[in-house]
Write a protein of this length. Structure first.
Lengths: 276, 142
């Protein structure tokens, strides 16, 4: 609703929508945690199109529908100087067959440490922090989670390699994350026996068919710390359409493995982002 | 059987030879349209710069005719064409301009727009960007 209003405002009043100077698609999409990235992986890129000395803002809505669950996310971010990104995302995870819902807020900060996605041999490197606060902790607590909040720390490296596959550019991303989150925090943080950080790897590859279209795959390693049910790694494939510097759409297919004892959770991924 | 083999071998040979002799892929210079194509890209980019409030001030004191000649030479040489770039190094020619990341992005965006207008293949565009992108470190913040 808010997004639609902002988009309408944007198209009606062009001074409000001066886009930044970054090349189209180089702000990535908004991942489910609100950080610039793919769908499930945060990348080293900074949200929006603000280049050096420029501000940018994004707002997004995402829905992931798998067999027994639906994840809805809404969020926004502000970025400055192509170096700083501040983001917020509110997740609502509907337990469609079990009943009920789990809500979580994610506050993110990302800092671009070194390298330039397009222009340096060194990949763009960014350090990110996500503070996650669960809003419906009774159920995660009942299944063994220790805490209702947690802090994830990640280091991401992203690089666009020119002219790689059939003359197309290839974006590669690797992210190392330290986390205590169970199912990214939707099932709380840690367990009664273990409150240690786990180091997990997340990766993405996307082929840019042209300046506006990308096809990609992602992998997200996950800890498996709750005894009551198995937790598995996540995967997705996606197509992203950067309509212009103000509007992008992502459609994908996600495999979220087993969640809370319900196996083979697979289904669609849809996301819309507005950028200014 | 033997007869067909005897026929097939020279046929195969001649095919291989002819495919070899025609196997030289067009150079990037050719894909950009040769001298005419590069002149069009250069002029298009100059028009983009002229209309781009973000970066046009950097060219306030530039001798545009000289800049046009040097840019065309550079694109020609970079893309494998029969030219020799006669200008200074990228570091020398950008010192004092303090070209920012945003400036560089703006110029690349202008170049992409021009290449799209010239209907240069996405592959050739990316090959040229691959050659120009690394110059960022020599051009920026000097």
């Amino acid at each position: 609703m808010t997004i639609r209003l902002l988009l309408t405002l944007c198209f009606l009043t062009s001074p409000l929508c001066l886009a930044g100077s970054k090349i189209i698609a180089t702000g990535g999409a908004s991942n489910i945690e609100g950080s610039a990235g793919g769908g499930i992986v945060p990348w080293a890129v900074i949200n929006g199109y603000g280049s050096s000395g420029e501000w940018a803002a994004t707002a997004f809505a995402t829905q992931v529908g798998v067999d027994d669950f639906t994840l809805r996310v809404q969020g926004a971010s502000v970025s400055y100087d192509n170096n700083w990104e501040w983001s917020f995302a509110r997740q609502t995870f509907s337990l469609d067959t079990i009943g009920g819902e789990l809500r979580q807020d994610v506050f993110g900060v990302k800092y671009h440490l070194a390298g330039e996605l397009l222009y340096t041999a060194m990949p763009q490197l960014s350090l990110g922090v996500q503070y996650k606060k669960h809003r419906d902790f009774a159920l995660p607590q009942a299944v063994g989670a220790r805490d209702n909040s947690g802090v994830d720390l990640y280091l991401a490296a992203s690089k666009v390699l020119f002219d790689q596959v059939a003359g197309r550019n290839l974006l590669l991303n690797a992210t190392l994350r330290a986390t205590k989150a169970n199912q990214t925090g939707l099932l709380g943080f840690g367990n009664s026996n273990n409150n240690d950080y786990q180091l997990v790897f997340e990766g993405s590859a996307a082929l840019l068919l042209n300046y506006n279209l990308a096809l990609g795959v992602e992998f997200k390693q996950k800890p498996n710390e709750l005894a009551f049910a198995n937790e598995q790694h996540w995967r997705d494939i996606f197509a992203a359409w950067f309509v212009n510097k103000h509007l992008s759409l992502v459609a994908g297919y996600a495999d979220l493995g087993s969640i809370a004892g319900l196996d083979q959770q697979q289904g669609y991924y849809l996301s819309i982002e507005g950028a200014w | 059987m033997r007869f067909s083999t005897m026929l097939a071998i020279p046929l195969l040979c001649s095919l291989l030879v002819s495919s070899c002799s025609h196997n030289t892929a067009p150079s990037l210079y050719q894909q950009l349209g040769g001298a005419d194509g590069i002149a069009a890209i250069t002029d298009g980019l100059l028009r983009e710069i002229e209309q781009d409030k973000r970066i046009v001030h950097h060219f306030a004191d530039t001798d545009i005719d000289r800049f046009r000649t040097l840019l065309a030479e550079q694109l020609c040489q970079l893309s494998g064409g029969p030219c020799v770039y006669s200008g200074g190094t990228m570091q020398e020619s950008h010192t004092g301009f303090n070209i920012s990341l945003a400036d560089y992005d703006a110029l690349v965006e202008g170049l992409i727009k021009v290449m799209q207008q010239q209907q240069i293949s996405i592959s050739a565009q990316n090959q040229l960007l691959a050659l120009l992108a690394p110059m960022y470190k020599d051009i920026s913040y000097r």
